[in-house]
Design a protein around this ligand. Sequence first.
Ligand code: ADP
Ligand code: MG
Length: 262
Amino acid sequence: MITSSAPTSLSLPPQVEPSIQIRNLNFHYGEGDLFKQVLFDINLEIYSGQIVILTGPSGSGKTTLLTLIGALRTIQDGSLQILGQELKGLAPKKLVQIRKNIGFIFQAHNLFYSLTARQNVMMSTDLYPNSGSVTPKNKAADILAQLGLADRVDYKPHALSGGQKQRVAIARALVNRPNLILADEPTAALDKKSGRDVVTLMQKMAREEGITILMVTHDNRILDVADRIINLVDGNLESDNIINDFSASHDGSGVDSRTFML
Ligand code: ADP
Ligand code: MG
């Protein structure tokens, strides 16, 4: 039994493997005259069930970092482990496997315009057919309903607003209950209520299913869902603020809202 009331330290993480573990990560675009380093010696650990918000000025490297974590770019220097698997040097086939555990919500929503909202969401359930007794059709309709689109299930994207299209893309990313969700400004195109619905659903998934969420956002309206806010400036991790003490917020005994800077 633990009787000490010593403050939790970032050097004493929960006794589980981190979902994301980054060590001395550097990244550059281009070569020769075009060489441009955009990430500098990034070190970061993110644990299962954490909601981490990544902020930083435009051009600071947020999207680059997210695409590296999502196994969408080749690791050049340093180490990056996702769900216990090192990505550096991994064969393309293995990278595809890793991506199946990740739900991506990027700014460009890339919906299929010839398909309905439900069919767009089902595109991802088709990739992962193991859905128990619930049919992909019902699963897709259910997640769309949770995102406030119950009456838009059979609409095609051209008949949906920007915010509704974004929510279809979000439903597609969430429908398979991935282990990790990477989101790049997921609420930017949404009104206040829709933005709230989206983050509330993400929060529920993180709390109830231990899904890890890393989200780039400048949306002040949703910062309160974060367990942790990290800030990237000119490719360097400048600060790391724990908002809700991780263990306290996960054992139901109340939230300790100490905030500290590294
Ligand atoms: P953020 O998402 O924080 O706005 P990015 O990761 O998109 O930052 O970009 C970081 C830096 O890398 C910027 O200076 C950007 O111009 C540059 N950059 C991004 N993508 C590329 C690319 N494909 N080729 C060359 N430079 C790029
Ligand atoms: Mg970006």
